[in-house]
Design a protein around this ligand. Structure first.
Ligand SMILES: [Zn+2]
Length: 269
């Protein structure tokens, strides 16, 4: 008996070290952040940024089965402008960069299950590859083409925001060049898709907490700016308080991680 109790205590202790289930629930906006849906290519050092299609499908299904409503950037804008209330369990599924695997694997799953997603597109690499990575450490893979992105938008399942022209470290640029990356990508994406780009995500999260760079992002006309920091941001959002945080889904995350991220703002220590 005492061995059994010791075993249970050991398992609970192990689970507590791995998962943050004992944390208090945190209110706020739930924004999931994905990158690539698929299997990492040989040589990838960023394997945690790849989520398998089966896992992604299970996560979207989990959301829908647990009463979450997946929303688009335009829904968030309507809510921010007071034109529509957010559903009680609203969640934004976002993807960074605009990979072809979003078109091949994520979009069909969202469409099939009746969910919505949003992609932060790097304008300069549409139809090309993730040129900002050194292929020696992270292999180049295809980015979605303009036709694929338009097809996803026309389905009503995906909307877009900007992730700059070239995916630079914004704080490493001259301020005027950083401003150009943000403002010109907005213009180019709006003319490519015929829609307003109300949302922006800082590549690598770089510059999100620099007052000068953030001022340029807002000056470019974005309503929402998204950081690369783990967590949930209070909603209604106080724009002057800072960018919107996100919940990062890693390749190894299961539905228990997802549940903790949604309710606690993080799943691990
Ligand atoms: Zn990125």
């Amino acid at each position: 008996m005492s061995i059994l109790i010791a075993a249970i205590a050991f398992i609970l202790l192990g689970a507590s070290a791995r998962w943050a289930w004992w944390r208090a629930r945190v209110p706020g906006l739930k924004v999931l952040c994905y990158h690539k849906i698929g299997v990492p290519p040989p040589g990838s050092r960023l394997k945690e940024l790849w989520v398998s299609p089966a896992r992604f499908r299970a996560q979207v299904k989990y959301l829908l089965d647990h009463g979450y409503t997946t929303i688009l950037f335009s829904d968030l804008k309507k809510a921010h402008d007071g034109k529509k209330q957010l559903p009680e369990k609203a969640v934004l599924i976002t993807f960074d960069d605009g990979y072809e695997n979003n078109y091949l694997h994520a979009w069909p799953i969202l469409k099939e299950l009746g969910a919505k997603g949003n992609i932060f597109v790097v304008h300069g690499t549409i139809g090309k590859a993730n040129l900002w990575h050194n292929p020696a450490s992270e292999p180049w893979v295809k980015m979605a083409t303009l036709a694929q992105l338009r097809e996803m938008q026309d389905s009503g399942v995906m909307e877009y925001g900007s992730h700059t022209l070239n995916h630079p470290h914004l704080s490493a640029l001259k301020l005027e060049d950083a401003a150009w990356e943000m403002a010109e990508s907005k213009r180019q994406l709006e003319s490519a898709f015929g829609r307003e780009m109300c949302a922006f995500a800082y590549p690598y999260g770089d510059g999100a907490y620099s007052p000068e760079i953030r001022a340029k992002a807002l000056e470019a006309g974005y309503l929402f700016d998204f950081s690369f920091r783990q967590g949930k941001t209070p909603w209604p959002w106080a724009r002057e308080a800072g960018p919107i945080d996100r919940l990062f889904i890693r390749g190894g995350d299961n539905n228990w991680d997802l549940a903790l991220q949604l309710t606690r703002g993080e799943s691990r220590l």
